[in-house]
Design a protein around this ligand. Structure first.
Ligand code: HAM
Length: 447
């Protein structure tokens, strides 16, 4: 019987994991440069955490179950709601703003296709207690900085403000579930469905025209003048437009101006209230959105004190796909820098001893565990990308020496055994070598 992987999930092998780890660590580094601290929340939560705002309908799109104690639980489909829960319980009294980031897997019961999985990873952040537009501008600039650092080129950052569309809908009395339905169709770009729904909701012709015009407003900042013309009679929508303008001004101060204004962004999750943004890589086809976020209203809904909150998440798997599509060179280091090879079987224990001493000084080291002939050991060490092989021979050891073989050049030198660790560290750190697998405390953890 062949046991299959569950639909919509993947296994990752060695090189892919190395690439993912490199990208993960690069993103972590940038988040931390901007003052974010990492948090971790459970993979499963109470189901009500996700249904409270989104309604029972969300159950169709998530993995939920009852545990043996009869509790209704769900695998998390995203991390903003868990972070809001954590904030209310643990952090409400902390000095603001609070900057948190996370990396972890999410689960959605969706139809799998390229770039859309049932288990996928998000690297994201939440900024709670900052003030808009400064916090929003800083977050968008940080997202751009992350992509720049990764060397991704062909992406577009689209920025909008949901308050504009919501302002029009509120004035027409379209609120609550009905408003969520309208926003859902806009998010899916289902214009025909949207027209039908607006008709069913008996919105007049004028506001329908305004809405249809607004969702097509995509382009340079200049389009905001036309938007102002269209919505100037609606005070709430007008105020949101002014918010968007001051966000764009703050963004310039954060040295980012390469954005596209897009008033058709509605976001799939219904907790967003004002500024929203999405990042697209068109080469990825239908699943082109590699990131999304904005300002949201969730903490009060869960019973916390009102506080401004904004955040975003990279779809980590899509970022990986985008880098691959663009042929970005992601450095893949070998597993270990040094391989200890006994020249003969009777040197095996000595080889173990030397390898273990090196590991304890922090040199990434492997040792032969197969009892193979030297030729085969060398070929294996080469195959796994080892830079140096230590040849452990009885005659050298009698003189207190060991032979170090450079696997690239084939050169060999005799080194004092007492000095082997400092010697290896020196040559590994020299300019033309980047160490392979030595442990570095900043390395991320994959969940
Ligand atoms: P989201 O747009 O639903 O936002 O997800 C964020 C990103 O996760 C998306 O832009 C996409 O790249 C990726 N993603 C979503 N679903 C899948 C899937 N099935 N397979 C692969 N990748 C996927 C959120 O989740 C919000 N919590 C973001 C946020 C944080 N807003 C404020 N703070």
């Amino acid at each position: 019987m062949e046991i299959q992987r569950p639909r919509g999930t993947r296994d990752f092998l060695f090189n892919e994991m190395k690439e993912r780890k490199h990208v993960e660590n690069t993103l972590r580094k940038i988040f931390e440069i901007y003052g974010y601290n990492e948090i971790k929340t459970p993979i499963f939560e109470e189901l009500s955490l996700f249904t409270t705002k989104s309604g029972e309908g969300i159950k169709e799109q998530i993995y939920h179950f009852q545990d043996k104690g009869g509790r209704d639980l769900a695998l998390r489909p995203e991390l903003t709601a868990p972070v809001a829960r954590l904030y209310i319980k643990e952090l409400q009294k902390n000095p603001k703003p609070i900057k948190m980031y996370y990396f972890g897997s999410c689960f959605r019961y969706e139809r799998p296709q390229a770039g859309r999985f049932r288990q996928f990873w998000q690297m994201g952040c939440e900024l709670i207690g900052g003030k808009s537009p400064g916090s929003e501008a800083e977050i968008i600039a940080m997202a751009a900085h992350c992509l720049e650092e990764l060397g991704l080129e062909d992406y577009e950052i689209h920025i909008g403000n949901l308050g504009i569309l919501r302002g029009i809908l509120n004035t027409e009395g379209i609120v609550g579930d009905e408003q969520d339905q309208v926003m859902g169709l806009i998010d899916k770009r289902d214009v025909e469905g949207l027209k039908d729904l607006l008709e069913k909701l008996q919105i007049g012709q004028k506001p329908t025209e305004i809405l249809l015009k607004l969702i097509d407003m995509v382009g340079h900042r200049d389009i905001l003048k036309d938007v102002e013309e269209i919505i100037k009679c609606n005070e709430n929508a007008f105020n949101s437009l002014k918010e968007l303008e001051s966000l764009l001004e703050s963004l310039e101060a954060f040295d980012f101006s390469d954005y596209i204004v897009n008033l058709g962004i509605a976001r799939g999750l219904d907790y967003y209230s004002g500024t929203v943004f999405e990042i697209y890589v068109h080469g990825l086809g239908a699943q082109k959105q590699i990131s999304g976020g904005g300002t949201y209203n969730l903490i009060e809904i869960f019973g916390g004190e009102e506080v401004e909150s904004t955040g975003f998440a990279f779809g980590f798997d899509r970022v990986m796909d985008a880098l691959r599509k663009q042929d970005t060179k992601i450095p893949i280091a070998g597993t270990v820098d040094v391989f200890v090879a006994p020249i003969k079987e009777d040197m095996k224990l000595k080889a173990f001893e030397i390898a273990q001493k090196l590991r304890k000084t922090g040199v990434s080291t492997d040792v032969d565990l197969t009892g193979r002939k030297l030729k085969k050991i060398l070929s294996h060490a080469d195959h796994i990308g080892t830079k140096y092989v230590l040849l452990v021979g009885a005659r050298d050891l009698e003189e207190g020496k060991i032979t170090v073989r450079n696997m690239k050049s084939g050169e060999q030198e005799l080194i004092d055994l007492d000095n082997i660790a400092p010697h290896l560290k020196k040559i590994l750190n020299s300019s033309d070598h980047n160490s392979n697998g030595s442990y570095s405390p900043e390395d991320g953890s994959n969940e």
